[in-house]
Design a binder for this molecule. Structure first.
Ligand code: KDG
Ligand code: MG
Length: 402
């Protein structure tokens, strides 16, 4: 069996997704991998078309590890989001092919089920505390066991994570829009929101909050401390994580658990965080962290150090990435939570999938391979639409982390 062709499909059914499809010599067995990097979609598409696909033709698709090493070490220029997303797309498609050839869902190849379903968290967001209570209730009514809660900051026109509709979509314009941020107002507001939510929904509902890299370690420590009475499952991305040592300071001050990793692309981004147990959940994802092969390596390291998974699952990760994530989630021993926001109906049409939601859990389904495909005729109905993530400034105009 050989790889005879591969193509990159760019389509915007509600938002842009980049998909790699690998075709083999064996009776039309194909595999798909997500290659979407929000706001930098065409960079990954070019990397795949120019530098990766020509080297895949004629290779044995069964050699997943060797292909991974070939693309990683063979590039000389290691890591980085563009390279690692391209590698992830190839790796995911090869796991899909291996499953189809074996006649087994991918999770069986990863060791089989460790649980009955994948616990997910949804996004409740609203401008005010009063409104967000209604949003949380809507998730509880649909069976969700865990909800991420974001509100506006009083006095600020807009902020990260608050959206008029259920599927938060930050990439809202071709040229980045601008937000304004005040850390003092934010730090004053958040504990008041969680006091109300905990009071209203009782102790069992798991509550989460995304800080989106906006604090310094000592500010994050204060936030974590102020949220301790409301027993959050995690605060996410409390500080920018280029400096892994920064998390030591947060850890010394608070028992609120910490999640991090949606922008990580390799094990080297989190090796210190995991080995020193500075975080509780690692949120790296299949599409941006080198595929199933590399993310499994990160989760295995995490398992040795009491760190659980909490994979990123925003709307800018395609239904193909969601499928791959679910096969890992159901198999690994140290699964924590999976983010799930759902997809617009047109994206579900472009990517028919066997994974499904029921009563707070996602299930990968039993189809051989990943159980997801791309309908190329449908995809062609949604031409590429450029969109960028916003930027963020402090009230005095200083550029801040978004
Ligand atoms: O592309 C950026 C989004 O994926 C990100 O802003 C979403 O932080 C996010 C989350 O936790 O889903
Ligand atoms: Mg996040």
């Amino acid at each position: 069996m050989k790889i005879v062709d591969a193509r990159v499909i760019i389509s915007s059914p509600g938002r842009t997704f980049v998909t790699l499809k690998i075709i083999t010599s064996d009776g039309g067995v194909t595999g798909v991998g997500d290659a979407t990097l929000n706001g930098r979609e065409l960079a990954v598409a070019a990397y795949l078309s120019e530098h990766v696909i020509p080297t895949l033709i004629g290779r044995d698709p069964a050699r997943i590890e060797d292909t991974w090493q070939y693309l990683y070490k063979g590039a000389y220029w290691r890591r980085g989001p563009v390279t690692m997303t391209a590698i992830a797309a190839v790796d995911t498609a090869l796991w899909d092919i291996k499953g189809k050839v074996a006649g087994l869902p991918v999770y069986q190849l990863l060791g089989g089920r460790s649980r009955e379903g994948v616990t997910v968290y949804g996004h409740a967001s609203a401008e005010t505390t009063e409104e967000v209570l209604t949003e949380v209730a809507r998730y509880v009514d649909r069976g969700y066991k865990a909800v991420r809660v974001q509100t506006g900051v009083p006095g600020m026109a807009s902020t990260y994570g608050v959206s008029p509709d259920e599927r938060y979509e930050p990439a809202d314009a071709a040229i980045p829009t601008e937000n304004v941020w005040s850390t003092p107002r934010y730090l004053t507001n958040v504990p008041t929101v969680f006091a109300r939510v905990r009071d209203e929904f009782g102790p069992d509902l798991r509550l989460l909050h995304d800080v989106h890299h906006r604090l310094t370690p000592i500010e994050a420590a204060r936030l974590g401390k102020s949220l301790e009475p409301y027993a959050l499952t995690w605060i996410e991305d409390p500080v920018p994580a280029e400096l892994q040592e920064g998390f030591r300071l947060i850890r010394q001050h608070t028992t609120t658990p910490i999640a991090v990793g949606e922008v990580f692309n390799s094990i080297w981004d989190c090796e210190t965080l995991i080995r020193e147990q500075l975080v509780d959940y690692i949120r790296a994802t299949v599409v941006h962290a080198g595929g199933i092969t590399h993310l499994r390596r990160i989760f295995d390291l995490a398992a040795l150090h009491h760190v659980r998974s909490g994979s990123h699952g925003a709307t800018d990760l395609s239904p193909v990435c969601m499928a791959a994530a679910l096969h890992l989630d159901i198999a690994i021993p140290n699964f924590g939570l999976q983010e799930y926001m759902g997809f617009p109906p047109e994206a579900d049409d472009v990517f028919p999938h066997s994974w499904h939601y029921a009563d707070g859990y996602l299930h990968p389904g039993e189809d051989p391979g990943l159980g997801v495909d791309i309908n190329e005729q449908e995809a062609a109905r949604y031409p590429y639409k450029p969109a960028s993530l916003p930027i963020n400034r402090l009230t005095d105009g200083t550029l801040h982390d978004w």
